[in-house]
Design a protein around this ligand. Structure first.
Ligand SMILES: Cc1ncc(COP(=O)(O)O)c(C=O)c1O
Length: 381
C-alpha cells in the first residue's frame, strides 16, 4: 500500500472534506487513505449479490471478531458475550440510559472525545468531568480528584483507552487502578477501546484491554471496540460490545428499545475481512503513522511559537496541541481565519486553548498542514 498517494475526497459526500469545502481539513477522525484491498473486495462481492436487505451477523463475522480478540488481545470471549452494534457512540449513550437515572451521575476524565461530555444528556443525568493531569510529561488520572468527586449517586465511569485526544496507551497498572476505583464505588466501567489497534509502542507496552482485568473487576464491565478507526471504515458503521455479566448485558440490551437502526449489511463483511485479513496492512499503516507522528511532534516543538506544547503520543493519529503558554487563546479560530485550515477546537473536548490535528494522511499533506498552521499561529503573535 502506498500511503503517500493523494486521494481526492472532495465531492464524495465526506464529512471531513465536503462539510466546509472552503477549508483544508485536518479535523474529524478519519484518514485520507483507501482501506485495505481485502475489505474493499469483500464489500464489492457482497454488493454484487444485488440484494441489500436487513442484515443479520453471519457466522463469519462473529468468528472473525472472537478469533481477533483471542489472537490479538489474548481474550477468550464467548459468543454470548458479544453484541454487534452499528457504531460505538450509540453504545455510550445506551450505557448512560441503561445504567444512570435522572438525578444520578456518570464520570469521565477530560479532555476526551466530545460525545463523552454529552451522552449524559441522553440519560438526563449529570456528568462529572475530572481533568487528566500531566505528571513528568505524561498525562494520567487525577486519582485524588476522582475520589473527591465520586459519590453514591455516581453509577458509571466511561474510560477512553487509548486516549483521544491525549494519545495515551494507558498502562496495565493505570487500567487496574481505574477498575479498582469503579469496583470500590460500585460503578459500571465502560471502556471505549476503539483506538486499540493504533498503538505505536505495542512492542514495549502491549495494549491492556479491560478484557484482561481480573474476574472480580470484570463483573460490571462493558468493553467497546471496532475496526473502524484502524481500517478507515468509519462510514460503514460497525462496532461491538463485550459484556460478560448476563445481568449487565440484559440491562444494556433492554436500553436499546427502538433507538437503534439495523446494522448496515455491508459493514459485517467489511469487519469480517478487516479482522481476518487486515493485519499486514495494519502493520504498514502503523509504521507510516509513526513517521507522521514524529514529524508532527518535532514540528510543533521546533517551529510553532514558543510555548506551544504537544504530549508524547503513544497511540491514535490525533495530536492535541496546547497553545495556552504561547498566549494563543483560540488557536483553532486563528488557524481557520488566517490559513483556512480546519482543525478541531479543543474546547469541544474540554480542552480550551488547544487544538487537535489529524495526521492520518499522506506525509506531504501533514507537512503542508503544519506549515499553514505555523504561519497562522506566528501571525497571531
Ligand atoms: C474514542 C472514540 N470513540 C468513538 C468514536 C466514534 O465511534 P463510532 O463512529 O463507531 O460511533 C471515536 C471517533 O473518533 C472515538 O475517537
Amino acid at each position: 500500500m502506498n500511503f503517500d498517494t493523494i486521494i481526492t475526497r472532495r465531492d464524495t459526500g465526506s464529512i471531513k472534506w465536503d462539510r466546509r469545502p472552503e477549508l483544508d481539513p485536518f479535523w474529524v477522525a478519519d484518514m485520507d487513505f483507501t482501506s485495505p484491498g481485502c475489505i474493499l473486495e469483500a464489500v464489492q462481492e457482497r454488493v454484487s449479490h444485488g440484494v441489500l436487505g436487513y442484515a443479520h451477523a453471519h457466522d463469519g463475522v462473529t468468528e472473525a471478531v472472537l478469533e481477533y480478540l483471542k489472537s490479538r488481545h489474548g481474550a477468550n470471549v464467548t459468543e454470548n458475550s458479544l453484541i454487534h452494534l452499528g457504531g460505538l457512540v450509540p453504545a455510550l449513550s445506551l450505557a448512560a440510559r441503561g445504567f444512570v437515572k435522572p438525578g444520578e451521575n456518570l464520570m469521565i476524565c477530560t479532555p476526551v472525545y466530545y460525545p463523552f461530555l454529552h451522552v449524559g444528556n441522553d440519560a438526563k443525568c449529570e456528568t462529572i468531568s475530572v481533568p487528566h493531569v500531566e505528571i513528568d510529561g505524561t498525562w494520567t488520572f487525577d486519582w485524588e480528584e476522582m475520589e473527591k468527586q465520586v459519590s453514591a449517586k455516581t453509577k458509571l465511569f466511561i474510560l477512553c483507552n487509548p486516549q483521544n485526544p491525549l494519545g495515551r496507551n494507558f498502562t496495565k497498572e493505570e487500567i487496574i487502578r481505574v477498575a479498582e476505583f469503579c469496583h470500590r464505588h460500585d460503578l459500571l466501567l465502560v471502556s471505549d477501546e476503539i483506538h486499540c489497534d493504533l498503538v505505536f509502542n505495542e512492542d514495549t507496552q502491549p495494549f491492556y484491554s479491560a478484557l484482561h482485568l481480573p474476574e472480580k473487576l470484570r463483573q460490571k464491565l462493558i468493553v467497546l471496540q471496532a475496526p473502524s478507526k484502524t481500517y478507515n471504515i468509519a462510514g460503514m458503521g460497525y462496532a461491538f460490545a463485550v459484556i460478560e455479566n448476563p445481568d449487565t448485558r440484559k440491562t444494556f440490551c433492554d436500553a436499546r428499545g427502538h433507538t437503534l437502526a439495523e446494522i448496515n449489511c455491508l459493514s459485517f463483511f467489511a469487519a469480517e475481512a478487516a479482522y481476518k485479513h487486515g493485519e499486514p496492512w495494519r502493520q504498514e499503516l502503523l509504521a507510516y503513522l509513526k513517521k507522521n507522528r514524529d514529524t508532527v511532534i518535532d514540528f510543533v516543538r521546533s517551529e510553532l511559537p514558543a510555548g506551544c506544547t504537544i504530549p508524547n503520543i503513544e497511540a491514535t493519529y490525533l495530536a492535541l496541541v496546547d497553545t495556552r503558554e504561547a498566549k494563543i487563546r483560540h488557536p483553532a479560530q486563528v488557524i481557520e481565519k488566517h490559513s483556512k485550515v480546519w482543525v478541531n477546537d479543543g474546547t469541544a473536548f474540554g480542552a480550551p486553548g488547544q487544538f487537535r490535528f489529524n495526521y492520518g494522511c499522506p506525509h506531504s499533506r501533514v507537512l503542508e498542514g503544519l506549515e499553514k498552521i505555523k504561519v497562522a499561529l506566528h501571525s497571531s503573535k
